[in-house]
Each structure stands twice: as C-alpha cells, then as structure tokens.
Design a protein around this ligand. Structure first.
Ligand SMILES: [Zn+2]
Length: 176
C-alpha cells in the first residue's frame, strides 16, 4: 500500500491558481523562505500569516483557489487537518505555546482577509498575551520578526521529520 505519486494531479490543481491572489502567488515563486512557506503537502501547504495575531500564526491553505471549505475534495480537507496537526506539533516544539486558537473565517462579514481563497488559522497562545478578539483590532506587539519565526519553525519541522513519521502517515496508511 504505497502512496501513489500523481504529478498530473498536482498540475491540474495548480492550473486553477488565480494570478493576483496572495496565496496562489506565494506558490509561483521558488523561494519558499522568502514567501514564508513552511511545508508543501500534496493538496495544501503551511505558511506564516503575513499579518499575525501572535508570533507563529500559521495558515493552512489548499492549492485549490476556492472561497469555501465545501468546495474542497475530501482528500484536501483531510490533508488540511493533518497539516493543522503538524503545525501544532511544530509550534509546541519551537515556541512552547500554552494554548491554540484554530479556525476559519468564511466571507468578509466573518473577518476573512483573503476571502476568495479559503484558509485555516492556527494561532498559538500564551497566558498574558492579548485576547484573541482584541488582537485583531488593536496594535500588536510582536517580539519576533517573521523571518525569525520562520527559521524556528523550519527547524522544528525538520526535527519532526528526523523523528520518523511523515505528517501524512501519522494517523492513516494512505490518503490517495
Ligand atoms: Zn488563490
């Protein structure tokens, strides 16, 4: 039961990307470090939020440019949750947060910054940081730059890889 490598499928998925979309544009470049792309999966990727609520604020983004979760294939939805788990593990290792907010904003009325390309938020939290709602509207104090957070999390993801299981095979044999 080996995972099936299907590059045609990736080409099909990538063919849907919209020029001018911040998430689609991230993937066009080859420099993941410059774009703060932390992990590229088969159907989705992890990146740092350019406008974070806290240090280490991750976004889990499908390659498919679509505004809502219910448009996504089940394989993509599954991989997004596995990437959420991988993000949590990397954050625990790199930043020792005391809690997490995980969620999705669908539509401008719900606070979506990029409403045309659905994405999940993983926000690490510490006692004493500002509450989730007030951080959205008020000035944020971030002791670490995005580049510093990126390096710390890349190292944590490498450490997780060195420990063995790939994120896709943590809980199930084969997804595709
Ligand atoms: Zn897009």
């Amino acid at each position: 039961m080996d995972p099936i490598w299907t590059p045609w499928r990736m080409e099909y998925i990538m063919g849907q990307k919209q020029p001018g979309c911040a998430f689609c544009d991230k993937l066009s470049g080859e420099l993941d470090e410059a774009e703060h792309v932390l992990l590229r999966g088969q159907a989705a990727f992890i990146t740092l939020n350019r406008y974070p609520y806290t240090n280490g604020h991750l976004l889990i983004v499908p390659y498919l440019h679509t505004p809502s979760l219910e448009h996504l294939p089940v394989e993509t939805l599954t991989e997004m949750m596995l990437l959420v788990n991988r993000g949590i593990a990397a954050l625990r290792l790199a930043m020792r947060p005391q809690g997490f907010n995980i969620g999705v904003n669908l539509g401008k009325a719900a606070g979506a910054g990029i409403e045309d390309h659905v994405h999940m938020h993983v926000v690490p939290r510490w006692y004493g940081d500002t509450s989730f709602m007030s951080t959205i509207s008020s000035t944020r104090t971030l002791p670490e730059t995005l580049d510093q957070s990126y390096q710390r999390l890349r190292n944590a993801l490498d450490a997780l890889n060195d420990q063995g299981a790939e994120y896709r095979t943590q809980q199930s044999e084969v997804l595709y």
